[in-house]
Design a protein around this ligand. Structure first.
Ligand code: SF4
Ligand code: SF4
Length: 146
């Protein structure tokens, strides 16, 4: 069937002419549908990021759809979305690292406090033992000789 090319952009007639000319084996018609649905994830699955923007699909499209321009815009959206994801991921990672650092600092503080308490208790015990020994000696010195 011979398709007469339109002079201005027309709806996709699903002739399939765009697929065989794609050097990276994409399905430009399907990419277009996903783009119209606003489904960026599906576009990515269809390989939109592999599009080299060579323009071959534009040339053969009888409906004069500016496919390359659409894919360029879609790629920009995908890049932006990937950038936002990476930024969110980095922020989450920074938050997680900060929480970990705070938790380690808290644990170290608790350990220091426990050690200081143990040292103080041990110093008190030594002081008490010295006091008992001193009192014993004093008592012995003061006791009448038999
Ligand atoms: S512009 Fe993209 S989709 Fe179109 S033929 Fe080239 S690589 Fe394939
Ligand atoms: S060449 Fe154009 S009209 Fe034909 S399927 Fe591809 S996008 Fe649709």
């Amino acid at each position: 069937m011979q398709v007469i090319a339109a002079t201005s952009e027309q709806p996709c007639i699903r002739c399939g002419d765009c697929a065989p000319v794609c050097p990276v084996n994409l399905q430009p018609q399907r990419l277009l549908l996903r783009l119209r649905d606003g489904d960026l994830a599906a576009m990515q699955r269809e390989g939109a990021l592999d599009c080299t923007q060579c323009g071959r699909c534009d040339v053969v499209c009888p409906s004069r759809i500016p496919l390359t321009q659409r894919y360029r815009e879609a790629k920009a959206l995908l890049d932006e979305s990937a950038r936002k994801r990476a930024t969110a991921l980095a922020a989450r990672e920074r938050y997680r690292a900060r929480q970990l650092r705070l938790s380690r600092d808290e644990q170290a503080r608790e350990e220091r406090h426990t050690a200081q308490t143990a040292n103080a208790a041990s110093a008190d015990a030594v002081a008490a033992a010295i006091a008992r020994a001193t009192a014993r000696k004093a008592a012995q010195r003061g006791a009448p000789k038999a």
